[in-house]
Design a protein around this ligand. Structure first.
Ligand code: SAH
Length: 231
């Protein structure tokens, strides 16, 4: 059986887990003497032995840390329009597994939502943490609070998914530089938003002849770029 994984902000010789991380290990019935894997969300992990289990705190002795690199060759930012319901959580989960380094939430013309609460943002960050734990990444992507699309900084290489575009993702990108991927909300990007993105370093790409749901499109484009290329 693979050892359980838990997140700790800093890998020091003795670690204390509290809150959700401790509760999760309790659910998994971890016990004194068990060895688990700790990771710091920034690329390091270490084996750790459970020394004590108290109600809300688990104390561990932490071994040598090691660098774990399951990252794609370049950093991937997903700039995604705000979506309704729990769809963003679905995207954050899948896109974390597919190697995204950073989520930039966007307020766009057609977004029904114009903001999200601090609690929801925190939950999305938690989803990113759980997903990185599950897929064995030692890096946990950041979920950045929403900005207006027009405040997005210019990018070196950007792909904006837009139905009807003939360029394919892999024809538009070759892993020479970091990449930003933009995908729209249920109503898509407006024509003027697409044009504006094109002045900021983005090219339009298509994902086949069918219209994908707003939560499917980011997974499809990432699947083509990372999973499909062995990254
Ligand atoms: N109502 C819009 C579709 C929005 S789909 C329309 O009819 O144009 C939501 C988002 O998913 C889009 O903004 C785009 O980023 C992405 N998307 C969905 N299907 C796509 C496709 N076939 N090619 C490229 N992008 C697509």
């Amino acid at each position: 059986m693979r050892s359980h994984r838990a997140f700790v902000a800093k890998l020091e010789p003795e670690a204390k887990l509290t809150g959700a991380e401790a509760a999760h290990l309790r659910v998994l019935r971890a016990d004194v003497g068990d060895t688990i894997t700790l990771f710091d969300g920034a690329g390091l992990e270490a084996d750790a032995k459970i020394l004590a289990l108290e109600d809300f705190t688990i104390t561990l002795r932490v071994g040598e840390s090691r660098v774990v690199n399951l990252e794609p060759p370049q950093e991937i930012t997903l700039a995604i329009a705000l979506l309704k319901g729990d769809k963003l959580a679905e995207v954050v989960r899948g896109a974390t597994e597919l190697g995204v380094m950073r989520f930039q939430l966007l307020v766009t013309e057609h977004s029904d939502l114009k903001e999200i609460g601090a609690q929801k943002l925190e939950r999305l960050q938690r989803v990113a943490l759980e997903a990185s734990k599950q897929c064995r990444r030692a890096v946990t992507p950041l979920v950045l609070s929403p900005i207006k699309l027009k405040n997005l900084e210019p990018v070196t290489c950007g792909l904006v998914a837009h139905p009807g575009s003939s360029l394919k993702p892999r024809e538009a990108y070759d892993w020479a530089v970091p990449i930003t991927i933009a995908t729209g909300c249920e109503g898509g990007f407006s024509g003027s938003e697409i044009q504006w993105l094109e002045t900021r370093g983005f090219v339009r790409v298509g994902l086949g002849p069918r219209i994908l749901r707003a939560e499917t499109a980011p997974i499809a484009i990432l699947g083509a770029l990372t999973a499909g290329e062995g990254f």
